[in-house]
Design a protein around this ligand. Structure first.
Ligand code: COS
Length: 394
């Protein structure tokens, strides 16, 4: 794909010149970087990405600036379009670069949205510099899609809360310096009985129960809390306000999951275009076959549809300043599902090569899969969209 077309989306009216410059600067930075060696563990690779992204200033987009720049961010507010551009571009470069960037934002997002001034000053500048690694701890073994069923609990004792229970599928688990943990503070109140806390990783009573290996390896763990005492002033937002805070955090970062999926899909299409144009067969090239042309046409259209939904959702939050819940759910569902289709179709064009271990298409095939599940599976996005539509009737 010519660079003219692959960057033409930057001209869309959802974006302004700062976004265009950001995309080009980041693309150039990625082009100059060496990829981590295959021998490095995902944990080590992520630590290195966080340090590099922090040193280069990219992580400053994952937190707000705060008064006189006290929180370390690049912009006054979290800007969804910048987050999307960063994730789309990083995903097109290396899956772990995207992961490392994304988790700094998601992991500290509840602090950015609801933290006190003291909490923001204590954590956000270090997140922006890549000196503290952040994690978002919401899911549990028995509370995934139905997250209001969570049971990991905090009970108040004096000036502390005592946490007991487990959190699982926690990205950055095992390498994080702190976790934003959502726990039950009222056993009978469902979604209205959840509170959030910042728990530092060296807090006694917090341990890594298991490191989880997945098809596209990245730091992922089950956390166990056993009489883990957390100062009451580590609570984020108000008592029993944690469920809404989790949903608001996801409303911001789910859009960026869609952007990462677009980045993966673009990378697959670019590779397939170059391959089809040069691969000789039947006296011509693979690109001469109408079946190939159909697949390329479908893929390019799928990608633009996804990107339009993604940047529309980001624009709704940034510019229209209204909760982007429905638009975000649509973007997350459409972009992750269609990226899986695009990657699968493009991989087919490579024949046996496409499934060879560590071929770029084989990697993309594994990298995209979890995006259809994490931060709310496709089925949950459908629920969110339909509930929102029905609510608008009442
Ligand atoms: N922003 C603000 N508030 C929200 C909200 C949002 N996006 N979504 C829900 N709320 C509020 C509701 O308005 C409701 O408030 P009231 O108690 O004042 O009425 C409260 O939160 C409970 O909402 P709801 O009744 O819709 O909760 P449910 O238990 O039915 O759950 C879904 C709804 C399915 C949307 C939720 O469980 C979910 O998002 N699940 C997926 C979780 C997920 O993404 N897990 C991945 C973790 S990160 S890898």
């Amino acid at each position: 794909m010519s660079s003219t077309h692959s960057l033409s989306w930057l001209e869309w009216p959802f974006l302004d010149h700062t976004h265009r410059e950001l995309a080009i600067r980041l693309r150039d930075w990625c082009g100059e970087r060496e990829l981590p060696s295959e021998d490095v563990s995902p944990e080590q690779a992520c630590r290195e990405w966080v340090a590099a992204l922090g040193a280069a200033g990219w992580l400053r987009y994952s937190v707000p600036a705060g008064p006189d720049g006290a929180y370390g961010g690049a912009l006054d507010e979290l800007d969804s379009r910048s987050l999307c551009i960063l994730r789309e571009t990083l995903a097109g470069h290396h899956a772990l670069a995207d992961f490392a960037f994304a988790m700094q934002g998601l992991g500290s997002g509840a602090i950015s949205l609801a933290g006190s001034d003291a909490q923001k000053r204590a954590y956000l500048p270090a997140v922006a510099r890549g000196e503290k690694i952040a994690a978002f701890a919401l899911s549990e073994p028995e509370a995934g899609s139905d997250v209001a069923a969570l049971s990991c609990a905090a009970v108040k004792e004096g000036d502390e809360y005592v946490l007991n229970g487990e959190k699982t599928w926690i990205s950055n688990g095992g390498i994080a310096d702190f976790y934003c943990v959502f726990v039950r503070t009222d056993p009978d109140a469902g979604a209205r009985g959840v509170s959030a806390f910042i728990v530092d990783t060296d807090t006694p009573g917090l341990e890594i129960a298991e490191m989880i290996d997945v098809i596209s390896p990245h730091p992922l763990a089950t956390l166990r809390f056993t009489n883990c005492r957390v100062p009451a002033n580590q609570m984020l937002g108000g008592l029993n306000q944690g469920f809404k805070l989790a949903m608001q955090t996801l409303d911001v970062f789910r859009t960026s999951v869609a952007a990462a999926a677009v980045g993966f899909a673009r990378k697959a299409l670019d590779a397939a275009l170059h391959h089809a144009a040069s691969r000789r067969m039947f006296g011509g090239t693979l690109a001469d076959m109408q079946l190939t042309q159909a697949a390329l046409g479908d893929a390019a259209t799928d990608i633009d549809q996804s990107a339009l939904l993604t940047y529309r959702a980001a624009w709704v939050r940034d510019v229209q300043k209204r909760p982007p819940t429905i638009e975000t759910a649509m973007a997350k569902m459409a972009a992750t599902e269609s990226a899986q289709r695009v990657i699968d179709r493009m991989q087919q064009m490579f024949g046996g090569l496409g499934v060879k271990r560590n071929h770029p298409l084989e990697q993309l095939y594994r990298d995209i899969r979890a995006l259809r599940i994490y931060e709310g599976a496709t089925e949950v996005q459908k629920l969110i969209i339909s509930r929102g539509l029905l609510k608008s009737l009442s």
